[in-house]
Design a protein around this ligand. Sequence first.
Ligand code: ADP
Ligand code: MG
Length: 573
Amino acid sequence: MSKIRVLPDSVARKIAAGEVIERPASVVKELIENSLDAGAQRIVVEIAQGGRARIAVTDDGEGIAREDAVVAFQPHATSKIRDDRDLCGISTLGFRGEALPSIAAVADVELWTCQREADVGTHVLLRAGKPVVVEDAGAPAGCRIEVRDLFNGTPARRKFLKAPPTEASHVAQLVGRFALARPEIGFELRQDARAAVTFPPAGRRERIRRVLGAEIEEEMREVELEAPVRVSGFVSHPHVALASPRSILFFINGRLVRDRLLQHALMAAYATLVPRGRYPAAVLLLGVPPEEVDVNVHPMKLEVRFRNGQAVHEAIGRAVRDALRTRAASTEAARVGEGEPVYSPASIAPDRSAAPAARALRLLPAPAVGRSMPLPLEAPGPFSSLRVVGQVFDGYLVCEGEGELWLIDQHAAHERVAFERLRAARQRGRVERQAMLIPQPVEVAAGEAELLTGAADELAACGLEVEPFGDRTLLVRTVPALFPATSIAPLLRALTADLAEVERSHALEARSDALLATIACHSVVRVGQKLGETEMRALLTAMDEIESNSNCPHGRPVARRMTRAELERRFGR
Ligand code: ADP
Ligand code: MG
């Protein structure tokens, strides 16, 4: 007796639909993508009961011809590609011809459409995937697709739907993401009786403000890279440290994607800037030639494969680092919480007196050696314009800025200075090293020696030359001249931990940043060290000379600020 049978069409379609339509937000996603592919300028999304009861998407796009209106609901019916060759260069959001049939397999669907030049429109009603009404209808140019009683015939799926407010929030988040991707398009979201949320056509910055909020928008830096991959958009200043990666969005050729490579590249660029487990906000748009990226990987088209992932990874890293590196970024870097920026270039005369002082701090070399970019002559930076009040707990500087009280973590600050200088030296091609008078043998644990000698080239690029010397002993020949570590054995132990943790992947730059951060950490003043006036001044001056100065290389903040108003408020004035 045979056991295998071919499933009836209706069951096969429900199974296929399951891959595309998971919840109301997936219906909305597919319908919005169709509207965008149809050239819509305005898209209205309506949902009732979180989308379970009703979802409607209305657009002013090109509409569907009468003869296509029923065909569009057949599996694998699409106007977007013709044959398999077209799969290599997809420029539309849709191409699989699966959305409309999938939706019709799990809900009742009604379509009203009219093409711009047509005399009359079309109305189609489908139940259980079958057209039961096809007729003339007066309809505005564009498409309106209404989906009712989602998953009514598929109790297995319906059971997994969350409460309406949760489903509604997924829809709202999705509409926000499309709004971020396409700021020139007007979007509107109507939910039950609630007031409509509108996104009128706008610039991208304005859209970010509307979708992610003014607080994040104000911290956004523009990203712009042309080659080898076009990367544009915005990333947040490192002092935005969010608890989840929810505000990190990637679009490839206008398509929202979820991609580990992209996420990794972004986080690597922030590696020394935000604390572990914290995330920046980012809206990054990649322009990749369609033949360089395969979008046909996932039924929901959320995942992609790049032909040259390494190039994309590097491009994102470079674009993000450039955006964060600007002088403007570091000037505002210290602005934590409220208050006016302390620094108004026109009003403050350059304070050159601090420069010789830099030489006085034993651990801070003369600026000419380690400076990573020229000091702008027109104005002192935000740190050097502070008045030093003193040091507390042998670890924190207390300073007065214009209308603000500043507290500076001396170790975090010095660590950042050391890190930035070492990194700049490495980028210039060489970290100056200092040969040990007598090469120093350091004993390490089993396994550690191997890790360290395996990374000997990378360590040498950081100024640290080590070589194997017996089983569990390493010989240290040179240390970085700029910041000789105070004691070598603990440094090597920490470096081993870095090497074990940072995967040997594409992120070579992130990896050597991690090593430099550790070297910096082991080379600088500790909390618990008294600093004299000249040393404090030297540290502040040095802070202004580096490219990025808001956080220590492990992401902890360098400075905390309180405005005079805040201080007075606390005293009930
Ligand atoms: P795909 O988008 O992958 O082509 P769909 O099942 O989503 O497949 O849609 C099938 C076809 O229906 C599309 O190729 C398109 O021609 C047409 N279509 C769907 N939605 C719209 C719309 N809003 N405006 C115009 N045409 C549409
Ligand atoms: Mg589609």
